[in-house]
Design a protein around this ligand. Sequence first.
Ligand code: GSH
Length: 238
Amino acid sequence: MLTLYTFQGAHGLYDVSPFVTKAATWLRMAGIEFTAKPGNPRQAPKGKIPYIDHDGTILGDSSLIIEHCREAFKVDLDEGLTARDKALARAAQSMLEEHMYFNALVLRWGDPRGWAVMKPFVMELAGTLGVPGFLRGLVAEQIRKGPLKNAWFQGAGRHAYPEVEHTACAIADAVSELLGDNQYFLGERPRTIDATVWAFVNTVRVFPIDNSVRARIAGHKNLVDYCARMEERFGPKR
Ligand SMILES: N[C@@H](CCC(=O)N[C@@H](CS)C(=O)NCC(=O)O)C(=O)O
């Protein structure tokens, strides 16, 4: 039995965390049945979500989860890829997970336009954890410090918001260029990298923050069509 520990959906997204969406999408792509349950970073093996419990094996990190499941369930979505395609997938993964992610973090948790959307969500989450109404605003501000600290140490958090948007737009342009006319990121077949590309692009595309990054993605027809294609075929459901 496989349990995926997640955050929570919002605004039509399967999960507000692109890493959770990536893992859940890959499991769907691989045809592996799983149950999704709310996770707790304090109980996660690496202090982060997602993590899994697979017949008693507890494992954190979306990429390690995918590697584990690939072996355990004998599914290889990347069969026959060239070394160059694998390298391209690795580059795209790093660009989205280690760079775009932190820019999106700043635009969600730091930029007032993002925080206006995030704060009610975090307050509601605090409510589900039993925090009384009058304290939820304070608790949300406290929780906000965590992601902002992470973004500060990574570096994105030290830039002005327009600079962060500029970088995130450049990444969106790069993904669009690399996708080109392909149906999926590396061609006509969905591969592991599509779980990452779709999760990160679609999360920024859908999360309702009024900034230039969303507008930039919306202006790339190939990205919009790709997101719709992935959603229809592999979008995980709660
Ligand atoms: N490399 C990890 C990153 C996971 C990650 O950053 N998760 C965030 C949510 S998007 C998290 O759990 N943050 C909680 C925290 O840092 O306390 C993966 O691929 O799963």
